[in-house]
Write a protein that binds this ligand. Structure first.
Ligand SMILES: N[C@@H](CCC(=O)N[C@@H](CS)C(=O)NCC(=O)O)C(=O)O
Length: 218
C-alpha cells in the first residue's frame, strides 16, 4: 500500500481527507499520531515540521503532502475515484475551493479557538477571544443559512471536497456553539452530512476518543 495517512481520529482537519478517502474507497494505511508521546511526536515532526496533522505520505510517488485541502487535491489528481471531489470545470472547482476555505477559516478556526481555550490552564484563558470566536461562528452560520436554502451539498447537488471540509467544521462547531433552531437550513445540511456513510464512518472511528473532547458535556 503506497498511501499512509498520519492522523488522529479526533482531529477535525484529519476528517477532511479521511472523508475523501472513504468516498472513493481509496486504500491507505493509517498511523495514529500521539503528540503527547515523545517518540510519536518526534517521528511526526520529521514528516510535518509544524506538528500539524494530517500528513499524507505517498511512497509510490515519493511525496509528502501537508495541509488537509492539499491532501484532498492530491488524491483527486493522482488517485481519482467515482466521486469527483474537485470538478473538472474551473468555475465549479473555484466554487468548491472557495467553500473549502470558508469552512476552514470561518468555521474551523473559531471552533478551534473555543476548544483550545478550554484546554488552557485556568489562569491563561482568553474569554474575550472566545466571545469573539462565538460571534464569528454565528456570523458564519448566518451566511450559510442564506447559502444553504436551496442546496443539498456545499456547492450544489454534487458531493465535493467542500463537503469533506464542511462535515468536521459543522460537526464540532455545533458542539461548541449549537446551531439550535435559528439556522434551520444549516442544521438540515449538518444532519445530511452526518448521515453520509463516509462521514458516519469518521465519527464512528472517533468514538473511543470523544472522551478527550472538552465539550462532550456542554
Ligand atoms: N491548515 C491545517 C490545519 C491543521 C490543524 O490545525 N491540525 C490540528 C488537528 S485538527 C493539529 O495538528 N493540532 C495539533 C497542534 O496544534 O499541536 C490543515 O488544513 O491541515
Amino acid at each position: 500500500m503506497s498511501l499512509t495517512m498520519h492522523l488522529h481520529p479526533l482531529a477535525s482537519f484529519c476528517w477532511k481527507p479521511l472523508i475523501a478517502f472513504y468516498e472513493n474507497g481509496t486504500p491507505f494505511a493509517a498511523v495514529i499520531v500521539d503528540l503527547g508521546d515523545e517518540q510519536s511526536r518526534s517521528a511526526f515532526l520529521r514528516i510535518s515540521p509544524t506538528g500539524k496533522m494530517p500528513a499524507l505520505r505517498d511512497d509510490a510517488r515519493d511525496r509528502t503532502v501537508l495541509e488537509s485541502t492539499i491532501v484532498v487535491e492530491y488524491l483527486a489528481a493522482h488517485y481519482p475515484g467515482p466521486v469527483d471531489l474537485i470538478p473538472a470545470d474551473i468555475d465549479l472547482a473555484l466554487a468548491v475551493r472557495q467553500a473549502d476555505r470558508f469552512y476552514d477559516f470561518y468555521v474551523q478556526a473559531p471552533m478551534q479557538k473555543i476548544v483550545g481555550d478550554r484546554l488552557r490552564p485556568q489562569d491563561k484563558t482568553d474569554p474575550f477571544g472566545v466571545e469573539e470566536a462565538r460571534g464569528q461562528l454565528r456570523n458564519a452560520y448566518a451566511i450559510l443559512q442564506q447559502e444553504m436554502q436551496s442546496k443539498s451539498w456545499a456547492t450544489g447537488e454534487a458531493f465535493t471536497m467542500a463537503d469533506c471540509a464542511a462535515a468536521p467544521a459543522l460537526f464540532y462547531a455545533n458542539k461548541v456553539e449549537p446551531l439550535g433552531d435559528k439556522y434551520p437550513a444549516v442544521k438540515r445540511y449538518h444532519d445530511r452530512l452526518l448521515q453520509r456513510p463516509s462521514v458516519a464512518r469518521v465519527i464512528e472511528e472517533a468514538q473511543p476518543y470523544f472522551k478527550f473532547f472538552p465539550y462532550n458535556n456542554g
